[in-house]
Design a protein around this ligand. Sequence first.
Ligand SMILES: [Zn+2]
Length: 286
Amino acid sequence: MEAQQNRKVFVEGRYRKLTRDLPQTVFFCPTCKGHPRRRKKCTKCEGFGKLTRDSVQELIGWVLGAEFKTRKSKFHGAGREDVDVRMLGSGRPFVMEFINPKVHSIDLAAMEAEINRRNAGRLELLGLHWTEKARVRVLKETHHAKEYEAVVDVEGEVTVADFAKALGERRTVEQDTPERVAYRRAAKTRERWVEYLTAAPVEGTVAEETPPGCSAFLVRVRCEHGTYVKEAISGEGGATRPSLADLIGQPCKCRTLDVLAILDDAGTEPVEVPTVEQPAGFGDGV
Ligand SMILES: [Zn+2]
């Protein structure tokens, strides 16, 4: 029975992703799918099997997996952000599951510090703690609104006053499935709420990188779960109605995007991660 009970252990925490080159999970090559034999001749990934060196999943899994003495793990995030979107604020909740660990008693606080030391400036973990399997389903099934900060390039001479029509109102928008995800999602139209909170001119190097003929703004926006934020801003040629571009009457492009907060479904309160004492019998898995 002892072995049965300890087949899996679950740890939970939050991650902050500080770069725009880190996917949440292993980014397998779409051509060879990382297959051990097929990848050898793959020209897309040149035999590497992946399109990025690492991921949030791997940076955590390598360190914890070595301690637990298992190579098998699964990553469960409370949603995900695009590779080029940073995850800031107090981070995104995740659960990581380790299968058949040979060692059970590890120091999670020390492991969190080690992961943060190794990945300074790229990935940061907060509040790593023991949890149980039931949290995976909660994480997967709970809807979260998000607050974002976008650098938006607007064509023409535009001022903050031009944002007045867009700000401070929660609107329902219609979104057709964007081009960039059309290969994996059925084409359909969804309705989501979007609320632009503030707009301010950009400063410093962000201002210096503004494309010619554009004015750039830092825009805070809250969106319902499952909103395509970049498209909500640009409108993608009418695929989102109304877009930020529609509201201010000028073409807009989302230059960069950061998640600032994972909120409850209503989009009012930051989501809480319960802290659980180490379960009795340990690694309350199976
Ligand atoms: Zn490949």
